[in-house]
Design a protein around this ligand. Sequence first.
Ligand code: IPM
Ligand code: MG
Length: 385
Amino acid sequence: MEDINKSVNDAVEHFRKLLLSQIERENNMENAGAPKDFKNMETITIGVCGGDGIGPIITREAMRVMDELLKDEIASGRVVVKNIEGLTIENRMEKNQAVPDDVMEEIKSCDVLLKGPTTTLKGGTLESANVALRKALDLYANVRPVSIPEEGIDWTFFRENTEGEYALGSSGISIPGKLNMDFKVTTESGTRRIARAAFEFAKNNGKTNVAIVTKANILKKTDGRFSEICHEVALDYPGINVDDYYIDIMTANLVNPAIRSSFEVFILPNLYGDIITDEAAQLQGGVGTAGSSNTGDRYAMFEAIHGSAPRKMERGEGEYANPSSIIRALEMLLRHIAFTDKADRLSKALDICLESEKKVVMTGHADGATAAEFTDYLIDTIKSI
Ligand code: IPM
Ligand code: MG
C-alpha cells in the first residue's frame, strides 16, 4: 500500500507538470507570428531527410524528380537543397533523442522539409521522430488529400497534428502492477487553428461540405469541445454545410459507395485522423499512393503517409518500394512554396504514369518495376509535358 501511495503522489506531481506544460503550449499558440510569404522570399531552403527502412530509397527518387523540376531555381540559387543526415533510428537510439539536437538545428535552418518515413519504436520512452518534429516545428495541420476520380471522390482530411492523444503519448502514468494511463489534450487555440485551416481551404477551393469527425458522445471534454469550436469557427463561413459524425460510422461511410462521394473536407482530432487517412489512402490504391503535408505558420514538412516498411526491407524488396507517396508529398511541397506550375506539371505526370498510361507498373515486389525504373518513367513524362 505504501508503494502505491508513493506512486500516486508521484503521478499527481507528474500530472501537475503536464498540465502546466500544456497551458504554456496553448499560450505560445496564441502568440504565433504571421505565416511565411514564399512568393517574395529571395532564397528558399529545402531540407531533405531520408529516414529509415525504405525511406532513403524513395526519398532518393523524389530528389531526382525535385532536381528535374527545380533545376533552374537550384542553378540560380533561388532554391537551396540541403541533405540532412542523422535522422535514423540508430543515431536517435544512440543519442537517446527523438530528433538529435544537431539534426534539429539543421532542420530549423530550412524553410520546408521533405522527409522519408522514420521507424517508431513500440513502448519505451523514445518518442516518434515524426511526432517530435511536428511538435518542435509546431506543424499543426496534417493535410491528406485522397482522390478517386472515377467515383467522383475528392476528399481532403485536416488532421490536427500536435495534440489529442499524441501531445502526451510518451508521458503517461504507470502505477506498477495496477494500471496505466495516457492522456488526451484538446486546447482552444489548437482546435481553432485546425478548424480555421480546414474552412479556409473549403472556401478557397469551392468545397461546401465539411464533416467534423469525433467521438464526442464518449470523450465529452476533449472531443466535445473540439466539435463545439469547429462549429464556432464555421459561423464565419456561411455558405458551407457542417455536419458532425462519430468516427466509427465515418469509418463505415468511407467504404459505403452510396454516400462516400458526397464528403469533401474532414476535420479530425489527431488519432482518428491518423487511422482514417490510412483507410482512405488504401481506397485510393494503397498507402504508397498518398502524400501528406504537415504545415505550421513557420515551418512545413512533407512526407509519405506510410511508415518505413521494415518487413519489406527484411524481404530484400526495398528497391521495389513505391515512391509515389513521397513524390505526391513533393507535389504538395512545391505548391506550398508557391511553385504552382511545377506542382501542376508533376501532378499531371503522376496521373499519366499511375492512372491513364501505366507503361511502367510497380507491384511492390520483384515481379514489378523498381522505384528507380518508375521514376525514370515519371521524369521522362515530366520532360514531355
Ligand atoms: C502518420 C504515421 C505517424 C503517426 C507515425 C509514424 C508516428 O502513422 O504520419 O500517419 O502516427 O502520425
Ligand atoms: Mg498513420
